[in-house]
Design a protein around this ligand. Sequence first.
Ligand code: PGA
Length: 244
Amino acid sequence: MKSKLIVANWKTNPLSEKEAVRLAQAEDNENAIICPPFIFLSAVKKNLKHAQLGAQDVFWEKSGPYTGEISTDMLKNSGVKFVIVGHSKRRTLGETDEIVSKKASACLKSGLVPIVCVGERERDNGHTYLNFIKQQLKSSLVGVPRALAGKVVVAYEPVWAIGRKAARAATSEECGEMVIFIRKILSDIFSVQSAARARILYGGSVEPQNVNAYLTAGADGLLVGHDSLDPKKFGEILKVAQSM
Ligand code: PGA
């Protein structure tokens, strides 16, 4: 069985290296992937014994005149293994599917694992969100080589379920349906084998009390935002995941 991936997306937190190191030490666990802001990657890496390191974004070129950008090889040389690409917040800031696909392909070609985020802004009774997810996923994976497709991690994060102010989290049924739906799309784009190997995560208001439901519904792991800033809650999330 694939072990569950529990991703801590710290977003723009905490404010100092000292706090980042303290948080990383408290969350250091073999099932955890810790994604701090770029500026804390090295310090966090030095303090992890069990968890893997992830980044929250990346640029697709290896090096060159790209002021302000961080490349795949820089991340790799800093010990990063996973990269979140196309998070809804970045998409809101203007990141297109085309940009997401360039980032995902660049990660795979450098040996990094992209965590490609997809998710609809709202749900409607006519189920048009299914078509939206299908298109978003297809366009976000354009150019991904077939041979590497099985390494992709997809995070289904319905935008309406993200953040402390979200009206609600997804239900386990909603999560389960989308995991099946996304696996089917991956199998249509790539192959049945790649789709079976790819890991599909759920994200959006993940808390200790709903972890069991999502993982039982078929998610291969979770992308945790606000509760990853609370070591006690993140520890409980890991404990539930490891007990399954
Ligand atoms: P949340 O964030 O857990 O705070 O809803 C998830 C995410 O945005 O990745």
